[in-house]
Ligand binder design. Structure first.
Ligand code: SAH
Length: 236
């Protein structure tokens, strides 16, 4: 994620710059570039950035898009409108995956609020990225478009997946121990007749095979219960 850069071309509202900085920071992104912003620095930017003022402080201002992306391996242009002529088109999700697969700095380039990106800016990029939206009104607010792309990058980076549970996984030997214990309890209780030819054993193997990542402690709970039931039964 450190290699991902967001470039805002000629943004007219400083509030959108601040909201974009906040959207980026909340998704773990920090490299913001501004190309010829209409009004910047500005108080409104800081008001909207709230806790992401550091992203604004570090934002670099460039005179032209080419300068802001010169050292990148690829640039992804965001446009609400499909264009008759354009570089390769991707949706935001596919673009995030593609960008992270490149082991080099990459830029996501956003247009100005009113007019979007010029054709020249579009063709300075290698990809055209579309955020799926209503065909009747497909134009998102600039900072909200930044949020969607930043979110897709976070998810594609794998950081959005909650950490694996702490529990130690059961081994095959643990699970075989459970099956043996189930069989013992089934026979002792008369639930399963010794020569019945029932498919009971296959059935519980099938059942437990559908439980992903069974934990050792979970197997031990079931075995503890079986043990208590068996002890009660033999005491009666
Ligand atoms: N009226 C402009 C839209 C500007 S919205 C136009 O028609 O192009 C400001 C910027 O947000 C756009 O330049 C683009 O970079 C981004 N954006 C807004 N909606 C988008 C969408 N559905 N898909 C991709 N980018 C979008």
């Amino acid at each position: 994620m450190e290699r991902i850069r967001f470039v805002l071309c000629r943004p007219s509202h400083p509030g959108n710059i601040g909201a974009a900085a906040r959207a980026m920071k909340a998704m773990g992104l920090a490299d913001l570039r501004l190309v010829a912003p209409e009004r910047y620095p500005a108080h409104e930017a800081y008001w909207m950035a709230t806790g992401a003022a550091d992203v604004l402080d570090r934002a670099r201002v460039h005179a032209a898009l080419r300068e802001a992306i010169a050292d990148c391996a690829a640039a992804f242009a965001l446009s609400a409108r499909p264009r008759e002529w354009s570089p390769q088109v991707l949706d935001a999700r596919a673009a995030a995956v593609r960008a992270l697969a490149l082991d080099a700095p990459v830029a996501f380039v956003f247009g100005a609020e009113a007019a979007g990106l010029t054709n020249e800016e579009l063709f300075a990029c290698q990809y055209l990225v579309h955020i799926p939206a209503s065909p009747e009104f497909s134009s998102l607010n600039l900072a909200q478009a930044v949020q969607v792309v930043a979110y897709e990058l976070l998810v594609a980076s794998g950081a959005g997946v909650p950490p694996a549970r702490a529990g130690k996984l059961a081994t095959i030997a643990d699970i075989e121990g459970l099956y043996a214990h189930l069989e013992q309890a089934a026979l002792a209780s008369g639930f399963l007749a010794p020569e019945s030819g029932s498919r009971l054993r296959e059935r519980w193997r099938r059942l437990f095979s559908r439980v992903p990542a069974l934990e050792r402690e979970e197997v031990n709970i079931l075995r503890g219960l079986l043990k208590a039931l068996l002890a009660k039964q033999s005491g009666e």
